[in-house]
Ligand binder design. Structure first.
Ligand code: C2O
Ligand code: CU
Ligand code: CU
Length: 522
């Protein structure tokens, strides 16, 4: 679909660090504006129309110290109409007519109070002309008091998140631990954030996105196919198949999969392993060697890559497409490392043996186990939808954990494919995954296990906010709901699933406050 684009001709761009516009009583205050702009994404492509934060794609990099609160004013200065085709039927279904482009920003992985979390109905249109039913305030606050981690921010407006993020509304956010210096991890110019996305281009350089999200995406989608979108071109930090010149030494890469639907299985063609040091929720207990790094949408990996043995060589970061890949599929290539720079002094960085203390999950204090199902359904247009526990977005809240309590959520995926499930506010720990008889379930609703429970992969044994829940398996996660009460959401992070109704509200209840309308769990 995209024109033929030569690989590895553009240098990898590095996102610019954002600076506060002022301090307010010791609190850094930032301003970010969403605007339409044109950016060159490949040497041979005409500049592409994008929507981004502060006129850049990805958006500016937040790099903030742990424990230091910041404020951000997110302003919408986008055109009132989308430049990507909008499927209004789904909005109809949700009972929201769609006059104008709406936006709301979510800090993914952030332990954020509800009014700053970017609730999907807390949207606002250009210049705050109109605001959604749950809109609370213009300036968001991030306390950065959670575990230091690699987060990212992106649009979360109800029903059009897939389009807004695809248009470019995504950026990275690092909560930095000053104490981490003692580890001597690669830092400064040797620490590089990588934001992975896939896109498809029209010949004129503009973004292609189908009217209804089903590839190849003509006007008449196949009603038996669930919504998804896979671009045929891979971009890193907003450049198509870029290259990076490196020194023969260790580097740290913080990777986020910011693609709408695409999951990656990353490896290096040199055969060398990655040393994974962190996940969604910060550092692991100890580094884990991985040859194949699976990253579902919204998952992050903090990696160390050692180029010291590869001086003069070129190494490709590849994406394993599996044995049945179409030979024409170009998305098996991600980017190129050229180990051509002279060593600037000795590499004194290290890969520490132990990184962080992660508690062993114990079901000791669990106050509730919720059995939740990931299912398919059909909407009134006869189109497939995906649902969480068979409920639509508009149905009343059913998940109401009490503030400060620990719960296990048992996610039974009754579909045939993996859904990356994300829960706001908290970081969870993965307990296990266990296969069950999918056919039997789909006929009778009965769950019969067909195999033993497997513990999470070694590189998943840290804190996570997004988990791969494979089809035909029950994936269990455990978390403590704190430190805020209020309205949040959980959803599949395949954005086409999220928009086609695989998202649900949940409400953290503070028992010391007067009762709200959500039912309490007993
Ligand atoms: Cu990254 Cu609710 O989202
Ligand atoms: Cu999130
Ligand atoms: Cu999904």
């Amino acid at each position: 679909m995209s024109p033929n684009l030569e690989k590895f001709v553009d240098r990898l761009p590095l996102a610019e660090k954002i600076r506060p516009v002022r301090e307010e009583g010791g609190i850094a205050y930032y301003e970010v504006t969403m605007e339409e702009f044109w950016q060159k994404l490949h040497r041979d492509l005409r500049p592409t129309r994008l929507w981004g934060y502060n006129r850049s794609f990805p958006g500016p990099l937040f790099d903030v110290p742990h424990g230091k609160k910041i404020r951000v004013k997110w302003t919408n200065h986008l055109p009132q109409r989308h430049f990507l085709p909008m499927d209004t039927t789904i909005l109809d279904e949700m009972g929201t007519d769609f006059p104008e482009v709406r936006t709301v920003v979510h800090l993914h992985g952030g332990e954020t109070e509800p009014d700053s979390d970017g609730y999907p109905e807390a949207w606002f249109t250009r210049d705050f002309n109109k605001t959604g039913p749950d809109f609370k305030k213009e300036v968001y606050e991030y306390t950065n008091s959670q575990r230091p981690a690699t987060l990212w921010y992106h649009d979360h407006a109800i029903g059009i998140t897939r389009l807004n993020v695809y248009a470019g509304l995504a950026g990275m956010y690092i909560i930095r631990d000053p104490k981490e210096k003692a580890f001597h991890l690669p830092s400064g110019k040797y620490e590089i954030p990588l934001l992975l996305t896939d896109r498809t281009f029209n010949n004129d350089g503009s973004l292609f996105y189908p009217r209804q999200p089903q590839n190849p995406g003509p006007e008449t989608p196949d009603p038996s196919v669930v919504p998804f979108f896979l671009g045929d071109t891979i971009l890193v930090n907003g450049k198509v198949w870029p290259y990076l010149e490196v020194e023969p030494r260790k580097y740290r890469f913080r990777i986020v999969n910011a693609s709408n639907t695409r999951a990656y299985r990353l490896y290096l063609d040199s055969g060398q392993a990655f040393y994974q040091i962190g996940t969604d929720g910060g550092l692991l207990r100890r580094p884990v060697q991985v040859e194949n790094l699976a990253l579902e949408p919204a998952e992050r990996a903090d990696l160390i890559l050692d180029f010291s043995e590869y001086a003069g060589q070129t190494i490709l970061l590849k994406n394993d497409l599996g044995p049945n890949a179409d030979p024409a599929d170009q998305t098996g290539d991600v980017m190129q490392f050229r180990v051509v720079l002279p060593v600037a002094g000795e590499d004194t960085s290290r890969i520490p043996r132990s990184l962080s203390s992660i508690p062993v999950p114990s079901s000791h204090n669990v106050s509730a186990i919720r059995h939740l199902k990931l299912t398919g359904a059909t909407d009134s247009y006869g189109r497939p939808l995906l649902l969480l526990d068979k409920k639509r977005w508009m149905d009343p809240v059913t998940e109401t954990p009490r503030l400060g309590t620990t719960e296990i959520w048992s996610l039974a995926n009754t579909t045939a494919f993996t859904h990356p499930i994300h829960i706001h506010l908290i970081q969870f720990q993965i307990l296990d995954r266990r296969p069950f008889d999918l056919d039997l379930y789909n006929e009778t609703g009965q769950i019969v296990y067909t195999g033993p429970a497997t513990p999470p992969e070694p590189n998943e044994r840290g804190f996570k906010d997004t988990v791969a829940a494979p089809g035909g398996q029950i994936t269990r996660v455990m978390m403590r709901f704190s430190p805020y009460a209020g309205d949040y959401v959980w959803h599949c992070h395949i954005l086409e699933h999220e928009d086609y109704d695989m998202m649900r509200p949940f409400q953290v209840i503070d028992p010391d406050l007067p009762a709200s309308d959500g039912p309490l769990l007993d």
